[in-house]
Design a protein around this ligand. Structure first.
Ligand SMILES: Cc1cc2nc3c(=O)[nH]c(=O)nc-3n(C[C@H](O)[C@H](O)[C@H](O)COP(=O)(O)OP(=O)(O)OC[C@H]3O[C@@H](n4cnc5c(N)ncnc54)[C@H](O)[C@@H]3O)c2cc1C
Length: 394
């Protein structure tokens, strides 16, 4: 079983070129089918790059639109906007993240005192439940670091409603192993399956749906196909998006983190980057495979940034900024934001600025502005970079 991702921008651009023709009709027709780990995925597998912004959302959308036009690219574009929406939703409901971390700790404690549940949990994470598809997916996740979207939905649903395991432990299992593990997309998708995101609306994995969309590879029995949604007593409150900073003019130290490894396109105004540091804040409990992916992506970004800005770049160490003001890309809620040094200037991309304030409720508020954002995208308002950058970008 193999899925390998080379976490560099050059590899990301090669991958985008290789799959862009599949983001039109073929994507819309087949994206729900998981043909298995030994076959080409029916989706793009761009997520490890988008997660770290080795590729920007707007550039993969621009590539798809250029290849297919807005009608045919529509489904793919919509999915990329889901990612942006989830980032914005966590940003406007930040308490969901620490609450999730607390639940993980509490649920692990409970496992220690409940041998029955501990056995179910251990069987689930090691692929020994006896539900063949679920067991294969658990092993696929651990071995490859990736799962198809539909499979993630089935897996989460079986975890919560058939095995009756706590959703937060399932989300943690994903975040430990996924190469695209993302605090927003992961936590909110698990909550969506559970019926906590769109309250009262949960996702039930059905045997006939699994059979159909795995090309008859699986036909599970014994699933709970009519479960009630989970409930919570204190949903996280909404907050306005905090204002971003403007980069100061003059010499600055640029801090890179795993949520934005695209330093060439940051809105830095008249700042002059003379030092670059890389801050690695991995997902909590992430495994070695994920650490290696993070490290490769960071090494690539540091070396590109050093060449682009013409100054030294290295992992963050004591005194790396040499007393200069530190500027960084806005880190959305999650480990990078938690690890940022206090007092640094956080700049935000126009893309996030446009989408996040609309991400306070359902996806429909974001969907309504997609045409407007795409129009601006094509007139360069959120363009991926200037001429000079385009020439340098490989
Ligand atoms: C339980 C569960 C957990 C998930 N955990 C993560 C996670 O940790 N990290 C993550 O990036 N995605 C997560 N997703 C969303 C989605 O499954 C992946 O983004 C997608 O499978 C990545 O494959 P792809 O690049 O081939 O997607 P494509 O279908 O080719 O879509 C292109 C891009 O759009 C975005 N996208 C597509 N579908 C979704 C979606 N449903 N939600 C948000 N963004 C989407 C991704 O950035 C993706 O790379 C999760 C979904 C579920 C149901």
């Amino acid at each position: 079983m193999e899925r390998s991702f080379t976490l560099t921008r050059a590899a990301a651009l090669d991958h985008l070129s290789a799959i862009v023709l599949r983001t039109g009709h073929a994507y819309a027709a087949h994206r729900n089918t998981d043909r298995g780990p030994d076959m080409e995925p029916t989706t793009t597998a761009l997520s490890p790059y988008l997660r770290r912004r080795l590729l920007l959302e707007q550039e993969v959308i621009a590539a798809s639109l250029a290849a297919h036009g807005p009608g045919t690219a529509g489904k793919f574009v919509d999915e990329v906007f889901w990612r942006a929406y989830f980032k914005g939703y966590l940003e406007t409901h930040p308490k969901i993240w620490p609450d999730y971390l607390d639940l993980v700790a509490r649920d692990h404690n409970n496992l220690a005192t409940s041998s029955g549940q501990r056995r179910v949990f251990e069987d689930a994470v090691s692929g020994r439940t006896g539900i063949e598809c679920f067991d294969d997916w658990a092993i696929e996740l651990v071995e490859t670091g990736w799962l198809h979207n539909h499979t993630r939905m089935w897996f989460a649903s079986i975890w919560i409603f058939t095995l009756r395991l706590p959703w937060a432990l399932g989300a943690e299992f994903f975040l430990r192993h996924l190469i695209d593990g993302d605090p927003a997309s992961n936590t909110l998708s698990w909550r969506w399956v559970a019926g906590l995101h769109t309250r009262g609306k949960n996702y039930a994995a059905r045997a006939d749906n699994i059979q159909r969309y795995t090309d008859d590879r699986y036909s599970p029995t014994g699933l709970d196909e009519d479960p009630a949604a989970l409930e919570e007593s204190h949903p996280a409150p909404v907050r306005p998006i905090p204002a971003a900073d403007a980069a100061p003019a003059g010499d600055v130290a640029l801090l890179l983190h795993l949520d934005d490894l695209n330093p060439e396109t940051l809105p830095l105004g008249r700042a002059r980057v003379t030092r670059i540091g890389g801050l690695l804040a991995h997902a909590p409990a992430a495994v070695e495979l994920v650490h290696r992916a993070d490290e490769a992506a960071m090494a690539d970004a540091l070396s590109r940034a050093a060449e682009y800005f013409g100054c030294p770049a290295s992992p963050v160490t004591e005194g790396w900024a040499d007393g200069l003001p530190i500027v960084t890309a806005w880190a959305p809620v999650g480990p990078s934001a938690d690890a940022l040094p206090t007092g640094c200037t956080r700049v935000r991309r126009e893309w996030d600025e446009r989408i996040w304030p609309r991400s306070t409720r359902g996806y429909f508020q974001v969907k309504a502005v997609i045409p407007e954002i795409l129009r601006d995208c094509s007139t360069g308002l959120v363009a991926i970079g200037d001429e000079e950058f385009s020439a340098k970008r490989r």
